[in-house]
Design a protein around this ligand. Structure first.
Ligand SMILES: NC(=O)c1ccc[n+]([C@@H]2O[C@H](COP(=O)([O-])OP(=O)(O)OC[C@H]3O[C@@H](n4cnc5c(N)ncnc54)[C@H](O)[C@@H]3O)[C@@H](O)[C@H]2O)c1
Length: 368
């Protein structure tokens, strides 16, 4: 039995908690948060132990894995604490705030002999997994170009100043680009070698870049074109059967008001955003994959393949949601193998995301 403690009881943990109890051999045993009201709500809802610090939770003999859902700049500290207690680590994307922290996390987990798994990775999503398998199956030939677009309302959600600060490993690009980077790197299946990007900062209320275009070059000469926009006027789900990142149905109504950064008292006092973790396949924007002998993209139930014979739809298995990480860690331990996506994958993902910011800042291509 794998016994999980959650570190951080904010928005991301609300995406994880509904999946606890759905995986055989895995059990939620407690949670840690610095906010007393968050701990009280968790104790009321789940009847499980709470801890005022990650360190205290790691000290509990009942916990053998910590799923870190704290802010980006705390991932490293919390992973090192967890590894120091010889406990496995699942950590929300991005893996850490910078590459040095990634390396320290990887080294600490290796030394302790525990697994380091990147959480919320889009390569767990059934359609993304399926496109990777088709790309490697050879039927369409090699992948030559991927276009991945995601327009959402990230800048209009309640944010603390620390969530907008690129120096602390946060901001729109570092919070949202990891998803598209995961998708394009997984489908491409080869090493990225350079990044050229541009970013924009057009919402004066919110001190972060709010849009980004990036061209990622891969070893074979193939490339991926990423486009991100978080101003909230348009959502790419409108181009994807109104299905959003959690498989939820999304409307195209009036956007939430623009807003300035909040203090913790303001942010956490707001009622949590309704998260309808839908049953449909998740759409992280729109990804179009062009190959030597065809093309593919997601359909509502699977994948559309476009070949010389026309369009064909392939259905894919149900989406695992956040059971994916629990199954992966449980199975990796049983099979005595490393997890995937592991710390190295998370570090490579962050290297690309950081290169996007560097390329835009220095107005040049960044070699990875
Ligand atoms: N919000 C999302 O939809 C989402 C989705 C996937 C991944 N993530 C990732 O999850 C992480 C958290 O994001 P979020 O949106 O949940 O933020 P959040 O602000 O909603 O939640 C963070 C939580 O961590 C707690 N916390 C802060 N410092 C702590 C400490 N020292 N010890 C214990 N708890 C502490 C806060 O009190 C809060 O409850 C980020 O790395 C983000 O990239 C977020």
């Amino acid at each position: 039995m794998l016994r999980i403690g959650i570190a951080g009881l904010g928005a991301a943990s609300r995406l994880v908690l509904p999946f606890m109890g759905k995986v055989e051999g895995v059990r939620l045993v407690g949670a840690a948060d610095v906010r007393e009201e968050a701990r009280a709500a968790f104790a009321r809802d789940y009847g499980l132990s709470t801890f005022a610090s990650v360190e205290a939770m790691c000290g509990s003999p009942d916990v053998d894995t910590v799923w870190i859902e704290t802010p980006n700049h705390l991932h490293c500290e919390h992973a090192l604490t967890t590894a120091a207690h010889n406990k496995h680590v699942i950590v929300a994307k991005p893996l850490a705030a910078n590459l040095d922290e990634c390396e320290r996390m990887i080294a600490a987990c290796r030394k302790a002999g525990v697994r380091l798994l990147l959480g919320h990775s889009k390569i767990f999503d059934s359609p993304v997994k399926a496109m990777g398998e088709i790309a490697r199956g050879g039927r369409l030939g090699r992948v030559i170009q991927i276009d991945s677009w995601w327009y959402n309302d990230w800048l209009r959600r309640p944010r603390l100043a620390e969530e907008l600060d690129a120096a602390r490993g946060a901001g729109f690009v570092l919070r949202q680009a990891p998803h598209l980077v995961d998708i394009v790197c997984h489908i491409m299946g080869e090493r990225a070698i350079s990044v050229r990007a541009l970013t924009g900062r057009w919402d004066t209320n919110v001190p972060t870049d709010g849009n980004c275009a990036a061209l990622i070059r891969f070893e074979s000469g193939a490339f991926a074109n990423i486009s991100l926009n978080g101003y909230g006027y348009f959502g790419t789900s409108e181009l994807a059967w109104n299905i959003g990142i959690f498989g939820e149905t999304r409307g195209s109504g009036k956007p939430a008001p623009r807003r300035a950064p909040l203090e913790p008292d303001g942010k956490y006092a707001e009622p949590p955003r309704e998260r309808n973790l839908g049953d449909a396949m998740p759409f992280v924007g729109l990804t179009l994959v062009s190959c030597e002998r065809g093309a593919m993209r997601q359909s509502p139930e699977g994948i559309y393949l476009y070949t010389d014979d026309g369009r064909e739809e392939i259905t894919v298995p149900p989406n695992p949601g956040r059971t994916a990480e629990l199954i992966e860690l449980r199975d990796a331990l049983a099979e005595k193998r490393d997890v995937f996506p592991n710390g190295e994958w998370g570090k490579a993902n962050l290297e690309i995301c950081l290169a996007m910011l560097q390329s835009a800042r220095e107005n040049r291509e960044v070699i990875l």
